[in-house]
Design a protein around this ligand. Structure first.
Ligand SMILES: [Zn+2]
Length: 194
């Protein structure tokens, strides 16, 4: 099944939706139950899981009674909490800020799972920010978002290049003076950030 939002979490790593959102026969218990997330199977691999949006905050990291590793990440701007489940490892800590593309952890098969996959639940927040456990679950594959296109200022671009490349000030001034249709600095900084 073609995945829409799986690419936000797993990028170009080969994956497919092994179990969609909604009622299903549970692969382990074989009982009919509500699947409150989307399963992205990764062909037996344990690739990194990327933070799908900007301004995330890690709310909780832990493991359930079956040993499944999980992490809850709040995206306050969007009004949703994301849950990554069955991870093989989690490298972020409670309270940590995450932006799009930051690595959360790695796909796994911990807990009640039949193979490597990322279970992602997308939980709509009600009025109370911290009460996300019993809130509404939403099909992440149907979640629509607008890609925020934030243009870097020359100053921001300069800082990114300086931080990453460690160029001397006169080199930076030279780069900054070099303008084609748009700033070379901005183009360089965007390439670095990608
Ligand atoms: Zn699942």
């Amino acid at each position: 099944m073609k995945s829409v939002n799986g690419f936000l979490l797993l990028r170009e790593i080969p994956h497919y939706v092994s179990s969609p959102f909604g009622y299903r026969i549970h692969p382990v218990t074989e009982e009919k139950s509500f699947h409150n997330g989307v399963d992205y199977a990764t062909y037996g691999k344990k690739p990194p899981i990327y933070c799908p949006f900007n301004n995330g905050k890690v709310l909780r990291v832990g493991s359930d009674r079956f040993g499944a590793l999980f992490v809850y990440i709040a995206f306050k701007d969007l009004g949703y909490v994301g849950l990554a489940y069955h991870c093989s490892k989690i490298i972020c800590k409670v309270g940590q800020r995450l932006n799009k593309g930051d690595i959360i952890g790695a796909v796994g098969s911990t807990g009640r799972s039949t193979g490597e996959h990322l279970h992602w639940s997308w939980i709509k927040l009600n009025n109370k920010w911290n009460q996300y456990y019993n809130a509404d679950y939403v099909d992440f594959e149907k979640f629509e978002y607008k890609e925020e296109v934030k243009e870097l200022t020359r100053q921001e671009a300069k800082q990114i290049i300086k931080d990453v490349c460690g160029f001397a000030d006169d080199t930076m001034d030279y780069l900054d003076s070099y303008i084609w249709r748009d700033s070379l600095l901005v183009r360089l900084a965007k390439a670095i950030k990608r």
